[in-house]
Ligand binder design. Sequence first.
Ligand code: ZN
Length: 461
Amino acid sequence: MRLSFHGADRDVTGSCHLVECAGKRILVDCGLHQGSRALEEENAEPFRFDPAAIDILLLTHAHLDHCGRIPLLAKRGFKGEIVTTAASRELARLVMLDSAHLMEQEAERNARHAARRGNHSTDEPLYTVVDALDAVGRFGRAAEYGQPLEIAPGIRATFLDAGHILGSASILLELDEKGQHRRLLLSGDLGNSGRPILRDPAVPPAVDAVIMETTYGDRRHKGLGPSIDELYEAIAETGRRGGNVVIPTFALERAQELLYYLREGIAQGHVAAGLQVFLDSPMAISATEIFRRHPECFDEETAKLFAGGRDPFQLPGLHMTRETAQSKALNDVKHGAVIMAGSGMATGGRVTHHLRHNLWREASSVVFVGYAAVGTLARQIIDGAKQVKLFGEEIAVRARIHTIGGFSAHADQDGLLAWQRATRAARTFLVHGEEAAMRAFGAKLSGTKTEMPAVGETVAL
Ligand SMILES: [Zn+2]
């Protein structure tokens, strides 16, 4: 029985772990490296294992840094079965196809630019939509929370609710080989307790070893309540000034969570009932439709709303603007609108157009509700830039800037610690975190052997 590490090792993206047992090779996640250019170049590197030799791929959840290299795995020979929850299957399909489409577009753009310079571009997309469709074709059995699946003789997998995004799971592997029995738990990304829409992360079972994420291993989150109040206040105040609110939004989970809070805000009288809200992201619109198809993933409160015929994501003034023309028409809206659009870090996408039309206006507001990496436009604005460059034009930053920190989809240090303690694991492998966060978290653990594996490292279980 062996375990090897192939991504998100002392790093936060590109999750990929390989378990070998009873002659089978089981891959857990196959994510894209994101962030710096150097990391992105790693995506094209050969896998450190033979993709054709992987029997089964278990997917914890549909974020790109967990599923984004699956089409490449398929392109390079993977012929096995992909097992995940029904909700993750639909979301991962959306995410992988979108990613392939973006890669194709970028390669085409590079080819055009090269041609204008009189060169020939040899730039190829990492994978194409056809590769992504091949990957989608490999989805097999759908896992149900808490129901063990016999994935091969001597290997059972149980998906446990991770409370991170719709369909997300931690995965318990029960492994038997030559009279040896091991229980291995992979955390996937863990969410927070007490959040709307999703259930809290399931209390994990006792295991021999655990592989766990440490994204916020060194931090404690601000409370959710004050963050929601801050959002309502930012909207009300912008309304009084006669401007728009632009919210750069991640399409999965955050967009649906914001719709949920806005609906609650209207019900409780904190937000004007006639507020015009534009969900200006085809990806977020599709994701919201997928949410509606999976009430089995909702927490009690949201399930009750749904069962009572009320849609937790529907607002009286909500407009889903899928078409480009509809999105462009928003440029003429000068006041009273909340515009949610991607990308979350304002590195591209429709939100950049809305920033161009609102950032220079004192009456408008920009509300950041998610993580903003160094070097992104979101980070520049958050850090107080007086001017930013958009579409080759200098745009003054005069709008009111709000940074609301309490909406994270990741458990903080306390949440991670409680989860780890419940596993009573003798060995704890820390992954999916910056090295400093990992060290800070590791120092808090006791009664377990803590390891921080490097990429390519193999350990016997
Ligand atoms: Zn995630």
